[in-house]
Design a protein around this ligand. Sequence first.
Ligand code: 2RA
Length: 329
Amino acid sequence: MKVAVVGATGMVGEIMLKVLAERNFPVTELIPVASEKSVGKEIEFKGTKYKVVGLQTAVDMKPEIALFSAGGDTSKEWAPKFAAAGTTVIDNSSAWRMDATKKLVVPEINASELTASDKIIANPNCSTIQMVLVLAPLHKKYGVKRVVVSTYQSVTGTGVKAVKQLENEYAGIQGEMAYKYPIHRNVIPQIDVFEENHYTKEEMKMIRETKKILGDNAIAVTSTTVRIPVVGGHSESVNIEFAKDFDVADVRKMMHETPGVTVQDNPDTFTYPMPIYAEGKDDVFVGRIRRDESQPNTLNMWIVSDNLRKGAATNAVQIAEYLVANKLV
Ligand code: 2RA
């Protein structure tokens, strides 16, 4: 496979290259793509050096697959150009996620909807992916009525500038700010811009994308998304009300059986998921599984995942793997 990675020098792009190598994706030719200022730079992939090229050059090279992580504007403009050249684009931006003509895919849940004519495939938002992976089997069995989620999101979700801000503030150095406020010793209850209803775009992504991926507009979702001074992964406190009553032991068993999910849940040994353990791993970690005793048919859980991996790069590569395995590219 000739594979382009658009945004190859960015934080997610770098992890995409790492994940492609780790999972031994059948790359015969790599095309690292980045903005003009990075063109000509060298990138190493599995011991071979590749020169970064610009977008038009990459389109002309007609890759079979292009993994995009270069921001919404680049995706809006360039994904259709790649698609017109016959490339299947897997896009990590928000540009196409809510487009009714595009599939929004978490492979474990809905990859079977993909066909060879899907030329632009949307990768969901990181905080959505880790939550829906857990919700999907529970929805099938018990019917999810309502979800209340609060997130504790890593600065890596913003990008390299935010990681630098945290490091600078930690070291007492005055530097460029990715956020309006300090992030070290702080918690910022705003991720992305505010929408008209005073929810942030990140909150609305979680609400809209969850319904689309689970294929059920009747699920009520409300969300508060928060940035915390952590690298390594996003954490979520999730309260789920079901249509039917459930058995906690059965929920735990189902989580053990869900591909891509690892249960870390033992109060006796103080075992629960945390970003320091999730970092660098592909799984979604679940713990603190317990009944919400304040109302019927309701469950609480704590979900942690490396947002750059399953929340972005790994999910995108898994989509590519599905396309290859099913001869859809
Ligand atoms: C964040 N969800 O964590 C975003 C990244 N896509 O800011």
